[in-house]
Design a protein around this ligand. Structure first.
Ligand code: AHM
Ligand code: MG
Length: 397
């Protein structure tokens, strides 16, 4: 009797293994047919134990259809679908996004274990080109992006917040026509307290040969971006991107190790309740920004949210509406945030979602930088809320 049980159990186990391997293959290849039998039921002659695989078969046929379709919409597949093409350019862009996703997975993995590992958190003791103290995670994340693109044949140069000059990959140059601009860790001050962080990215096509190594072709406006987005390291890891055809979000499914489509064509509300700004800078701002904040304080329906990582704050605003501000101060009118790898990519994305981004005087995407690490003030979010801030800056009310 015991043997019989053992036999049935092992048979069922092998049926289950068979089923799992088919699901695994299907999610990898996305080629399973909904009406294709996935599982052979065990002999009907068997008693109670035999019913389990049969009921599994039913649930597989009924439920896998939709969930497989969803699980199969991976990032690289989505890019190809968006471009409706398998052209070399479409394949390049799909591969580029896939590599950015890989960088995101590596950074997310490191962050999720940071509290358990030695030497991951804290400062390096160095100061970067921006004059800011460098954290170990900044260095790690910066190197991750370099490493995933090194032998990709896809990008020729990478420029980031953490590097004074672009990082050249000469072996990619004859074929890799793209430049990746990125902020490896947005919201660095949140790193050591296990709070939300981000990475911001932008892809541009290289113009000319950049033979003098000055990367002057990057000093052009934000309309030249061909893709942009961010990775948000929160309770789950999300990747949100645009290639100029709407904004789409993906969530990392840790069991698959894949970014799976969460929402397509996200539209930002025209108005929202959130204003997101570091009010600790109140007395350093121009009077016009102070007046706007006084207006928000005395008007019903506004609520403040500020996390210290703008990817996180802007993601909330993308979904729920509102405005994020990092204005200049009287001492530093250009503000804190950098154009090429912080404000321009976020502006491209928010505009694609139906929102706006401005310095207060000029649309962010129209700003032409004079140098790689140029800063700009930023007012970004829902159309009506951005217009309100703009009106205070331009008209005083
Ligand atoms: P970072 O890339 O060095 O982290 O700087 C950008 C961050 C934004 O994410 C955030 O909104 C802002 O700096 C926070 O700065 P502050 O502490 O001055 O409010
Ligand atoms: Mg940054």
């Amino acid at each position: 009797m015991e043997n019989l049980h053992f036999f049935s159990l092992s048979k069922i186990t092998s049926q289950l293994e068979n089923y799992l391997s088919k699901i695994e293959a299907a999610t990898k290849n996305c080629d399973i047919q909904p009406d294709q039998p996935n599982l052979q039921p065990v002999s009907k002659g068997n008693t109670k134990m035999a019913k389990t695989p049969e009921s599994l078969e039913l649930s597989i046929n009924d439920a896998t259809d939709k969930s497989l379709d969803r699980d199969c919409t991976t990032l690289s597949r989505h890019v190809l679908q968006q471009l409706q093409s398998f052209s070399p350019d479409a394949q390049d862009l799909s591969a580029l996004m896939n590599r950015i996703g890989l960088a995101g997975k590596l950074i997310a993995r490191r962050l999720s274990r940071a509290g358990l590992m030695e030497g991951v958190l804290g400062f390096t003791g160095e100061v970067n080109v921006q004059g800011e103290s460098v954290k170990k995670m900044d260095v790690y994340a910066n190197d991750v992006f370099i490493s995933v693109f090194k032998q990709s044949g896809l990008v020729c140069r990478l420029a980031s917040e953490e590097m004074e000059q672009p990082y050249y990959i000469p072996e990619n140059c004859p074929i890799g026509r793209y430049t990746l601009l990125y902020d490896p860790i947005d919201g660095s001050s949140n790193t050591d307290t296990n709070l939300s962080l981000g990475s911001i990215f932008s892809i541009r096509q290289q113009q000319g040969t950049d033979s003098d190594g000055q990367a002057t072709d990057l000093l052009t406006n934000g309309h030249k971006q061909i893709a942009a987005g961010y990775i948000l390291y929160g309770p789950s890891t999300m990747l949100v991107y645009t290639i100029g055809n709407g904004v789409h979000s993906f969530t990392l499914d840790p069991s698959l190790g894949e970014f799976i489509l969460t929402e397509e064509n996200i539209k930002i509300p025209n108005h929202g309740p959130v204003y997101s700004v570091n009010e600790g800078n109140f007395w350093q701002w121009e009077e016009s920004i102070r007046e706007y904040i006084r207006y928000v304080h005395r008007t019903e329906g506004y609520t403040a949210r500020y996390s210290g990582a703008m990817v996180s704050d802007i993601h909330r605003i993308l979904v729920q509406g509102g405005v994020f501000l990092y204005p200049g101060t009287i001492q530093k009118p250009e503000g804190k945030l950098r154009l090429l790898y912080e404000t321009a990519p976020l502006a491209f994305l928010i505009e694609q979602a139906g929102g706006r981004a401005t310095t207060g005087l000029v649309n962010i995407l129209d700003v032409v930088p004079k140098k790689l690490h140029q800063r700009t003030p930023l007012i970004i979010g829902s159309k009506e809320d951005v217009a309100k801030v703009e009106s205070f800056i331009q008209n005083g009310h």
